[in-house]
Design a protein around this ligand. Structure first.
Ligand code: NAD
Length: 551
């Protein structure tokens, strides 16, 4: 295929529409859009098997197939060809469902012009190429699906929609660090992604995990944008990561890796540019090394370059447990809304790291019985309840580190744990845990997402149908970035707030955001995730429109 040609298959039964679309495409010179046309699905699918197309423009209502089924049949037979759906005003819901199921975009027939059509087709092709080469990640697909769904609800300006789909700035690194055996140098991939630069500095954690990829980090950066906007914090979203399992590293290796990673991204981070924080696989110690490396480079101590650092280096009291605390504050609010008495209720928590263990601690303090917890080694279940102190003491012992071998309960797998009957299920470990495969068997009243991206879009639909309330990640786990903001403010202004002040401010910001999102979900008949995303997206859009476009 010549570089400047995009082969289009148009599947449209209305001859007038087909002529109009061909007319638009014929007039575009760069790139050229050679068009083949079929007027029913069967002929279109046969054609796609004989000939290679870069993209299909697909009407969902055809003589031999109607509705979402048209898209699903296309996807099943020709999954390699990206789809842009053609829709009428009365079929908008259908178009969104197609996008949720993997279509690249939709175009409203009554509003199509040559420029819109050309851009949508070019982007569909570029996205598929970019995804398969660098961005391919289930998490990024979920982030895109969620965003496009909410964008449709708020009737987002198409220019803004296209600008928000991919991050504004990404840095991909291949970085070396020395293992303890001096001769051995490890080269690993690292990333720093800044999704939106409009709102102020960018903000987001750094994760060390073997599944880290550009797409995953981009998804997390995008969620940070919506999260900060929803909370009203003056940041755009960012995220970083290194593709490595930190459990295989000694402390000295971890330090060398962290310092090298920091020095590689040093020109794009800083208190006024981009402020990292801990995430999966990193902690306050990693932040201390990042802060020290940055400070050494600029020649003076700059505590505000990271948050989530130890208190003695300018960290904030309450930051370490803030994400878990925030999750529990919103569980309290949801319990009030649903008239659930917390002291007689039960919870199941996936994970026992930073977020999950703090959630367990604060839930226990409210009288909630913790039926089960887990970590990478598996889970433990006790119908009479588990004790935070006993669990954390066990994990803290030098030769344990995980829950493996913990005997005060029965062993369960992570998969079984998610399906246990309880009032509150808190997935607080990793992404992609509640999927179309197990959503039917989830047995709780409320899911509070401590982790980022634990629920897929398909699972969301099933949970909505089953009446299970989901407090979405961008709302439920926003306590971490909120107290990070407090830490940054204290650092830049030389304030020192007490734990009581931190907790009061955290509760105020979290509950206000929760009730704003809840009210919107009630007023607009939306699930809480979409309502929360709408709140965040609208704030970012307003800022982008007011700032204007340079030049
Ligand atoms: P962490 O590294 O402290 O803990 C992660 C936990 O998940 C550990 O208990 C680990 O054993 C467990 N785990 C890892 N792989 C697993 C697997 N395959 N199955 C089951 N459990 C597994 O990380 P964290 O900071 O608690 O982050 C957890 C989640 O919360 C992540 O999705 C992160 O993005 C999100 N989050 C964290 C913060 C924060 O402030 N730390 C803020 C917002 C969101």
């Amino acid at each position: 295929m010549p570089e400047n040609e995009i082969q289009v298959l148009l599947v449209e039964d209305n001859p007038l529409h087909a002529r109009m679309l061909r007319g638009f495409l014929d007039e575009i010179r760069t790139p050229r859009f050679p068009v083949a046309h079929e007027d029913n699905l069967t002929a279109g699918l046969n054609r796609a098997e004989e000939q290679r197309f870069d993209v299909v423009l697909l009407d969902l209502v055809l003589p031999d197939s109607q509705g979402l089924d048209t898209f699903l049949r296309w996807k099943a037979r020709a999954p390699h060809v990206p789809v842009v759906v053609l829709t009428g005003l009365d079929d908008m819901g259908l178009a969104t469902r197609a996008v949720e199921n993997g279509a690249q975009d939709y175009l409203l027939k009554s509003q199509i012009n040559g420029a819109l059509l050309s851009r949508s087709l070019r982007y569909a092709v570029e996205r598929i190429r970019a995804r398969s080469e660098e961005w391919d990640s289930p998490m990024f697909r979920v982030a895109h699906q969620q965003f496009l769904k909410a964008a449709q609800v708020v009737e987002l300006d198409d220019n803004i929609r296209q600008r928000l789909l991919f991050p504004q700035r990404t840095q991909v690194l291949s970085l070396p660090f020395r293992r303890d055996g001096y001769d051995q140098v490890e080269t690993v991939f690292g990333y720093r992604v800044q999704h939106v630069l409009t709102m102020g500095p960018t903000k987001g954690g750094v994760r060390y995990h073997p599944s880290v990829s550009l797409g995953e980090v981009a998804a997390l950066a995008m969620w940070m944008t919506w999260k900060c906007a929803l909370m009203g914090l003056p940041y755009g979203g960012a995220k970083g990561g290194v593709r490595i399992d930190p459990r295989g590293l000694s402390r000295r290796e971890l330090q060398r890796l962290t310092r090298r990673y920091t020095s590689e991204i040093i020109h794009i981070i800083g208190p006024d540019k981009d402020i990292p924080a801990p995430d999966l696989g990193t902690d306050a110690q990693v932040m201390a090394w990042m802060m020290d490396t940055y400070s050494e480079q600029v020649g003076h101590t700059v505590p505000e370059v990271v948050t989530g650092k130890p208190v003695v280096l300018g960290g904030s009291v309450g930051r370490e447990t803030a994400t878990g605390k925030g999750v529990v504050i919103l569980i309290e609010e949801m319990a009030k809304y649903m008239s659930i008495d917390l002291s007689g209720s039960t919870a199941v928590v996936q994970g026992f790291g930073n977020v999950a263990s703090a959630a367990v601690k604060f839930l226990e303090q409210l009288g909630v019985t913790i039926l089960a917890v887990s970590d990478v080694s598996g889970g433990v279940y006790n119908s009479k309840g588990l004790s935070y102190e006993s669990l954390s003491n066990y994990v803290a012992e030098a030769d344990h580190g995980t829950l493996e071998g913990y005997t005060e309960g029965d062993r369960v797998t992570n998969k079984e744990l998610l399906e246990l009957e309880c009032d509150f299920l808190v997935p607080a470990a990793i992404e992609n845990q509640i999927t179309a495969e197990n959503a039917d068997r989830i047995n709780c009243k409320v899911i509070a997402e401590g982790a980022n991206g634990p629920t897929t879009t398909e699972a969301d639909e099933i949970l909505i149908d089953r009446g299970i309330h989901v407090i979405p990640d961008i709302l439920a786990n926003a306590g971490g970035v909120t107290v990070s903001y407090f830490e940054w403010v204290q650092g830049t202004q030389n304030y020192m707030w007490t734990l009581e002040e931190i907790n009061q401010r955290l509760r105020k910001i979290m509950t206000e955001a929760f009730h704003r999102a809840l009210q919107r979900s009630i007023d607009n008949d939306l699930d809480l995730r979409t309502a929360s995303l709408c709140e965040g997206i609208e704030r970012v859009t307003e800022a982008k429109l007011i700032r204007g476009l340079f030049p």
